[in-house]
Design a protein around this ligand. Structure first.
Ligand SMILES: Nc1ncnc2c1ncn2[C@@H]1O[C@H](COP(=O)(O)OP(=O)(O)O)[C@@H](O)[C@H]1O
Ligand SMILES: [Mg+2]
Length: 402
């Protein structure tokens, strides 16, 4: 029997559309002799849908019509313990289950998908899932948390200051002074947990800093202000594996049309009207990046270390900033569900997209087998063991040893 793979995409994030593209690409790539892909689309208003209609990228142009044709569902467990998608609302008569799922394949970028939230739902359903677990997803998504963890392991990250937006509101003067002393201008201001360059700005003066922070604050309550590298090269490297074994892909250099790699650069080929439907695949890039052997090895080793220190699994893309004046490499960020799953970095290394999706699903099943060996609850019912008096908390000896 084929393994039924629930490919979950869309979601509540600024990268919703990119996720649709990434997911449909992955579904197309999956080996259909071995896997049956079940599309699971999460709309921006948090409803879940399934159905063949969702496989056609053109259909997303008329989203209202698409969602009328698709089947609205919710995730639940059937009486025999399998995870199913059931019709929503549940029909009074007839079959309520639309599809069964053996393994989930989340391809949701950004908030509520890449940050551990969706992964937590799968954990509750005891459903194996592709990619990072709750902890590594959450740590990878929060740029501050990620830098703290990496810095603790002596990995090179750029100097930074972070604060909550409420601190800024209370005492922006103090924070600005701290930024001037610690980092100097120019700096880059980022919301801690978004993606796609949304809300990210450069600041060269106090005034610009204030503006940039105010803008970032509309996207997140945690703000990161970072030392800005001026003569910079951006390179990315994908890592595939888990805590036991990892491999690094070839490296890409991403080219940008403005100082900050923008949403347009990432998804529309520098805004030159390239194929938006190709997602990350259409970014202007050089593969392999023109780096010497030493720097290539350095980036690949740092990428693997970042992946394993954060506890990642599946496929991630680690992005680097190279300060060309200092000739120094810094880890900028990790994307735990990278655009197009970074397949274009594995293809040149001899691993095609079909093989990549296969390996990812197998890693998910491996983690599930390992987790099944752990004990999460105790079979005996403590209540049934206690005397009626004990339950009332009467005698001292019956009190739990907390
Ligand atoms: N410290 C920095 N110095 C110079 N440029 C930066 C710095 N941090 C980010 N950038 C620019 O901003 C872009 C987006 O920042 P990044 O941290 O990658 O956020 P996102 O998660 O939105 O991709 C980068 O690709 C790079 O072009
Ligand atoms: Mg980035």
């Amino acid at each position: 029997m084929k393994t039924r793979v629930g490919v979950v995409f869309g979601g509540v994030s600024v990268e919703h559309e990119v996720s649709v593209i990434s997911a449909l690409q992955a579904i197309k790539a999956m080996d259909d002799n071995q896997y049956e892909a079940v599309p699971v689309y999460i709309s921006k208003d948090r409803n879940w849908y399934t159905g063949e209609e969702l496989l056609d990228i053109e259909a997303y142009k008329d989203l209202k019509q698409l969602l009328q044709n698709a089947q609205k569902v919710s995730i639940t467990k059937s009486d025999n313990g399998n995870v199913i998608l059931q019709k929503d609302p549940v029909p009074k008569f007839g079959k309520r289950s639309v599809a069964e799922i053996d393994v989930a394949f989340p391809i949701v970028h950004g908030t509520f998908g890449e940050d551990g939230v969706l992964q937590g739902l799968f954990e509750l359903y005891d459903l194996p899932y592709v990619g990072c677990d709750v902890m590594s997803s959450a740590a990878g998504m929060d740029k501050v948390m990620m830098k703290q963890i990496l810095r603790d392991s002596k990995l090179p990250v750029l100097d930074y200051v972070w604060f909550h937006s409420s601190h800024w509101t209370d005492d922006s003067e103090d924070i600005i002074t701290m930024i001037e002393e610690r980092l100097g201008f120019p700096v880059i201001v980022k919301p801690a947990n978004l993606g796609s360059s949304v809300g990210i700005n450069k600041a060269q003066t106090r005034e610009e800093l204030e503006e940039a922070v105010e803008e970032a604050m509309s996207f997140a309550s945690k703000i990161l202000v970072e030392y800005m590298v001026q003569d910079m090269k951006e390179v990315n490297c994908s890592v595939l594996g888990d805590y036991e074994e990892v491999e690094a892909s070839v490296i890409e250099e991403v080219l940008k049309s403005e100082e900050i790699l923008s949403y347009q650069d990432k998804y529309q080929g520098g805004g030159k009207g390239a194929d938006a439907a190709k997602g990350m695949e259409s970014t202007d890039r050089v593969i392999p990046a023109p780096l010497d052997d030493k720097s290539t090895t350095e980036v690949q080793e740092l990428a693997k270390d970042t992946f394993q220190i954060l506890g990642c699994s599946g496929v991630s893309r680690i992005d680097f900033l190279i300060d060309q004046t200092e000739n120094k490499v810094y880890v900028n960020e990790i994307n735990t569900i990278p655009g197009s799953l970074s397949f274009y970095l594995w293809d040149p290394a001899g691993k095609n997209y079909t093989q990549l999706t296969h390996q990812l699903i197998q890693l998910a099943l491996k983690r599930k087998r390992e987790r099944d060996k752990l004990t999460f609850s105790i079979d005996s019912n403590l209540f049934s063991l206690q005397s009626a008096e004990g339950v009332k908390g009467g005698s001292k000896s019956n009190k739990p040893n907390a």
